[in-house]
Design a protein around this ligand. Structure first.
Ligand SMILES: Cc1ncc(COP(=O)(O)O)c(C=O)c1O
Length: 508
């Protein structure tokens, strides 16, 4: 239990006032002591990262711990070592768990120790990457150029970091809106444009596409969710029919969103076919490649992305399959001028100078909704500098082999069956006997509560299934053996409990 050190604080330390001219600085009064404590924090973080495998995947924060985070605004100072103690006792043990090799829920990157160091360096620089003439802007531009190289885009394509692919998809959709209606839509609003816009994505597209259509004023009713093949890929014939019907009905089709790696099963739309259709129909072609786009780094998986080089925009995350620490979403746009015209404003206080700190023609704030922005590019730059693209691609390929291994072992199981084709790194499966999947939900809950493993669930064909997304660079085939053993234990516990349906209902 950390002790309360507040009473040892000298309220006058490091302080002064306007009368004697010294600043009321937030710097440490004793830099040597600060250095010692900062080293302590770094050492403890490295220890935690090095031993992540030995700890539970996840554990719930006890009530007493949660209640600490309802205390009121601290008024008095507190020594850094006391706050580090609080972090170690009350925050660190109750994290998301996504560093652990048996975390397989949703689609979470695992982070790396290198990324952690880069985050610390970025915080030390404390750069504001909204714009201006400093090197962080060049680093971000270099990441855009690397992304262009990865996807076969022109070298002058423009791109920026955003929080995640949800925001990146929204940016792509807004640029597509400018392409359809002209950037005058920003001043005049949607009703000034001729006709109601309509957009298209697969029924397996991520929910953020629906939200983006809502936020951009298109209206989710005008986003057509086109049925998919058994593989999970969008039915291009039905897409074409839907576009034709909408045109005949007086709508104005403007955008097709292809998915490279669906969140449910990791399926890929046929991006070449979508690119060709968009060319024929004069539609904007946007790719949501949240995690799948980074298959561009994996030689054996790269063919899945054929056609991405013809997209108008691509949204993806470095924080997923490149393991850059959260958050590091990115959007790349083929037409840099249109990208800028969709967002830039000419406020006096953001005036560009011919030289000095306010120099530079296009600033990141001209390419998205944010003005103040952190230095997300640095942790991404470090990740690629240190590991190289080939090693990141190899880790992606390894995840897919591990997923295949899990699917094969599940195929031999008496208890479980695989519920969807394994296109990539996501294995959906469930109990052979489970009707609507309620028991699958309860098994996942049991795995989480025991801290044994953290898959998530999804619904396929109306049935809840267990979903293991193998994203972590630490995860091995031996971890899958441990996962199968943990699954067996949870399944037997749940099936034992299954005699009491109320327990299952409660858990579900
Ligand atoms: C296909 C797809 N698109 C979009 C997203 C949203 O990405 P983010 O959580 O970074 O906003 C995800 C998240 O898993 C995804 O899998």
């Amino acid at each position: 239990m950390p002790q309360d050190h507040a009473q040892h604080v000298d309220p006058g330390s490091g302080r002064s006032d306007v009368a004697n001219g010294a600043p009321l600085s937030l710097d440490p009064a004793d830099w040597d002591e600060f250095r010692r404590l900062a080293h302590r924090a770094l050492d403890e973080t490295i220890d935690r990262l090095a031993t992540v495998r030995d700890r539970p995947v996840w554990q719930p924060a006890p009530r007493e711990v949660r209640s600490r985070f309802r205390e009121s605004l601290p008024q008095a100072p507190r020594p850094l070592d006391a706050v580090l103690d609080e972090f170690a006792a009350f925050i660190e043990p109750y994290g998301n768990g996504n560093g652990h090799p048996l975390f397989m829920g949703w689609v979470h990157g695992a982070g790396t120790p290198v990324g952690m160091v880069a985050e610390m360096l970025a915080a030390g620089l404390n750069a504001n990457c909204g714009g201006r003439n400093h090197i962080a802007i060049d680093v971000e531009r270099q990441i855009a150029a690397w992304a262009a190289q990865m996807f076969g885009f022109p070298v002058n394509a423009s791109g920026i970091f955003v929080t995640g692919t949800s925001a990146a998809n929204l940016v792509g959709l807004l640029v597509a809106r400018s392409a359809a209606l002209g950037d005058g839509v920003r001043q005049l609003g949607l009703r000034a444009g001729a006709g109601q816009l309509s957009a298209y994505a697969s029924a397996q597209a991520h929910g953020c596409i629906v939200r983006a259509a809502e936020i951009a004023g298109i209206g989710s009713r005008h986003l057509r969710l086109v049925p998919v093949e058994a593989s999970g890929a969008m039915r291009v014939d039905l897409l074409e029919r839907s576009i034709a019907e909408d045109r005949a009905g007086g709508l104005r089709p403007f955008l097709v969103v292809g998915t490279a790696g669906t969140v449910n099963t990791g399926a890929f739309d046929d991006l070449s076919a979508l690119a060709e259709l968009c060319r024929r129909e004069s539609l904007w072609f946007h790719v949501d490649g949240a995690f799948g786009a980074l298959c561009a780094l994996a030689p054996s998986l790269r063919p899945l992305l054929a056609g991405i080089e013809r997209a108008h925009s691509v949204a993806f995350d470095f924080h997923k399959w490149a393991h850059v620490p959260y958050d590091a979403g990115f959007v790349l746009v083929r037409d840099p001028d249109l990208h800028r015209r969709t967002f830039s404003h000419a406020e006096a206080y953001l005036h560009r100078a011919p030289g000095g700190l306010a120099a530079g023609e296009v600033w990141p704030c001209d390419l998205g909704p944010d003005l103040s922005r952190g230095f997300r590019a640095l942790k991404t730059w470090f990740t690629f500098r240190v590991f190289g693209a080939e090693r990141i691609g190899a880790a992606i390929e390894h995840n897919c082999r591990v997923a295949r291994y899990l699917a094969d072992r599940l195929g031999d199981s008496d208890l479980f069956e695989v519920a969807a084709p394994v296109a990539l790194n996501i294995v959906c499966f469930g109990l052979r006997i489970s009707g609507d999947g309620a028991l699958n939900k309860t098994i996942v809950l049991d795995l989480h509560e025991r801290g044994a493993a953290a898959p998530s669930t999804t619904v396929l064909d109306g049935r809840t299934v267990i979903r293991a997304a193998i994203v972590n660079h630490r995860t091995t085939a031996a971890d899958m053996d441990a996962f199968l053993a943990a699954l067996q234990v949870s399944a037997l516990r749940v099936l034992g409990r299954g005699a009491r349906p109320e327990a299952v209902r409660q858990a579900g």
